[in-house]
Design a protein around this ligand. Structure first.
Ligand SMILES: Nc1nc2c(c(=O)[nH]1)N[C@H]1C(S)=C(S)[C@@H](COP(=O)(O)O)O[C@H]1N2
Ligand SMILES: [Mo]
Length: 409
């Protein structure tokens, strides 16, 4: 049972943490003791490590205001479920509430419904509980690897995380309000606001059928704890298998629409070329676009990098994580000959179609030179990662086969 009000310790911690948020914003920049190079081509790739954000341990600082914090990649080697205090953070606008009175918090459900609702956290806690493990990945995760470089947050590979999400199904909430016939979309809005009035409030919509699929949910817990403020406390949307632009944080307003949503964040931003893997040749213009949607399979090495050195002939244990995108992981294969032949890796426990899956393998280092490894995930829909990186002007949906070049010496 989740008890927001009866947990004074967590509440005190929460308020104190909120104070730090103000402090770091006020100072204009976070303290930086150390920095890291992300190995991004074509421009600056140095990022400070920061511990200046509330409820967050060490994070890579992409931007202070609004906060953009990346998960240091070695975190993915330690835990298959990304710890809340190192889960990445991304906001579009800087007017983010620094405190939320959970007792007064209300979620509105309105629009094309029979009975508009105003639900308290207690009302939500009384609904059937639903839990799912799912990867939350920014559309622009790994954007910094795009060549030629594109504008936007120059993330490395750490704008993603895997968590267990607990809360209620969006379908159950919509059923309580009674969706009227003719409804086509469900629009979600959170408590954050643009800093200038003319700028568009961040809102995202799902089709009515998607919203009612029984997997899309409103989460009040992440890894069995309250959501950190910066990850959307006290309530966020979770859209398993879809990019996290749809995972609206600090969700307080759900509007059922009788016409397609033409707000800026659906009609203009977060659109991708309507081509396989959202891929176009650099410089292409005038292509048809659609709203970004389902994720593609990806896989990563977590215990070796291009900086790893091994002894000649040594046994080299390699491991990492994979996810299937909008499906489960069917296989993760390794190639030692530049993708000509592939060998299967052993997969770890299956936490469901949308979660990270661990993989591991043992290989033998050659007598000298470089040990070049390539890694490829195939999902249960037989979609596999591609050898060629995709490109589009927004830097979305990277899912190229990853390569590790290990030195043998
Ligand atoms: N209210 C609100 N929700 C939001 C956003 C936002 O700016 N405001 N950004 C979205 C985007 S683009 C991403 S990548 C995810 C990031 O989720 P996280 O910060 O919990 O990792 O939040 C999504 N939900
Ligand atoms: Mo994002």
């Amino acid at each position: 049972m989740v008890q927001f009000r009866q947990d004074p310790l967590a509440r005190r911690r929460f308020l104190r943490a909120a104070g730090i948020l103000t402090a770091s914003i006020g100072a204009g920049r976070a303290r930086a003791d150390k920095s890291v190079e992300l190995g991004l081509p074509g421009g600056s790739d140095q990022r400070d490590l920061t511990t200046a954000f509330p409820q967050k341990a060490e994070m890579l600082l992409q931007r202070t205001r609004p906060p953009l914090l990346e998960t240091p990649f070695q975190v993915f080697d330690r835990d298959l479920f990304t710890p809340n205090d190192q889960f990445f953070v991304r906001w579009h606008w800087a007017a983010i509430p620094e405190q939320i009175d959970v007792a007064a918090f209300k979620l509105a459900v309105r629009g094309h419904v029979n009975a508009p609702l105003s639900l308290s956290m207690a009302d939500l806690l009384a609904l059937p509980r639903f839990e799912i493990a799912a990867v939350n990945q920014c559309s622009g995760n790994s954007r910094g690897f795009f060549q030629p470089r594109v504008a936007g947050g120059e993330w490395g590979n750490g704008a993603m995380g895997n968590a267990r999400w607990t809360g209620v199904r969006l379908r159950d909430v919509l059923d309580r309000a009674g969706v009227k016939s003719g409804a086509v979309a469900v629009r979600c809005n959170g408590l954050d606001q643009p800093v200038v009035e003319a700028a568009p409030d961040f809102m995202k919509s799902l089709s009515i059928d998607h919203a009612r699929d029984g997997e899309v949910m409103l989460a009040y817990q992440m890894n069995h704890q309250q959501l950190p403020l910066l990850n959307g406390f006290p309530l966020r949307l979770v859209v398993p298998g879809w990019y996290s632009t749809y995972w609206v944080k600090m969700l307080n307003d759900i509007e059922v629409l009788a016409a397609p949503d033409d707000n800026f964040w659906m009609a203009t931003a977060y659109r991708i070329p309507d081509t396989p893997r959202a891929n176009v040749a650099p410089g292409t213009t005038g292509f048809k676009t659609v709203p970004i949607n389902r994720m593609l399979p990806r896989s990563f090495f977590t215990n070796v990098t291009d900086a790893t050195t091994v002894k000649p002939g040594a046994r080299v244990p390699v491991r990492g994580i994979a996810f299937g995108g909008d499906r489960g992981v069917a296989r993760v294969d390794l190639s030692l000959d530049d993708g000509h032949t592939w060998q299967p890796t052993a997969l770890g426990p299956d936490y469901g179609s949308y979660a990270f899956r661990q993989w591991n393998a043992d290989i033998a280092a050659p007598a000298s030179g470089l040990l070049t490894l390539k890694l490829r995930c195939t999902n249960t829909d037989k979609v596999e990662q591609s050898a060629e990186p995709n490109w589009n002007p927004a830097g979305f949906m990277r899912n190229v086969i990853e390569t590790a070049r290990i030195t043998v010496a």
